[in-house]
Design a protein around this ligand. Structure first.
Ligand code: MG
Length: 164
């Protein structure tokens, strides 16, 4: 049995508005849609929440501090780069990712048909087995938790471990 010297949970949250003239990218996967998420980078809300979960587990500054939206070099940046850099931090502290559990909150577009592709891509980005990443796509059922004119939010929890 593996003995862990240290185990950490991390929780990340993010939300972006939908806007015309943008590509919609979730978990590093391009989703067909007439709108995309507005933001300085590619606004991949799921990967931003994932980065904050990874960094938060190690009590490190969050993605906003690490990759500021005032940095011209990060305009339309591919958020998979942020995940790769957050993973360098994780391994630098001697940890590895045991699993990730993700929730997307979105009324439009419908994401159910894309959810498994997104889940597999997140596992690939984290370099862990696909059965170590869970993803559910939820709607708000008219509760107006999402903006009426369109937004997507994401919550991600991760478990990190450092082996003895
Ligand atoms: Mg964001």
């Amino acid at each position: 049995m593996t003995h862990f010297a240290d185990i950490r949970t991390g929780l990340g949250f993010d939300a972006h508005r939908l806007a015309a003239g943008r590509r919609l990218v979730l978990g590093g996967v391009a989703i067909p849609c007439d709108r995309g998420l507005a933001g300085h980078s590619d606004a991949d809300v799921l990967l931003h929440a994932l980065c904050d979960a990874l960094l938060g587990a190690l009590a490190q500054p969050d993605i906003g501090a690490r990759f500021p939206d005032t940095d011209p070099a990060l305009k339309d940046a591919d958020s998979t780069v942020f995940v790769r850099k957050a993973l360098v931090t994780v391994t630098g502290f001697g940890f590895r990712v045991l699993n990730a559990s993700c929730v997307l909150v979105c009324d439009q577009p419908k994401l159910a048909a894309h959810a498994d592709r997104i889940r597999l891509r997140v596992a690939e980005l984290l370099a862990i087995e696909p059965d170590r990443v869970g993803l559910s796509a939820k709607t708000t059922e008219g509760t107006q938790l999402a903006l009426p004119d369109g937004s997507i939010a994401a919550l991600v929890s991760v478990l990190l471990a450092r082996e003895e």
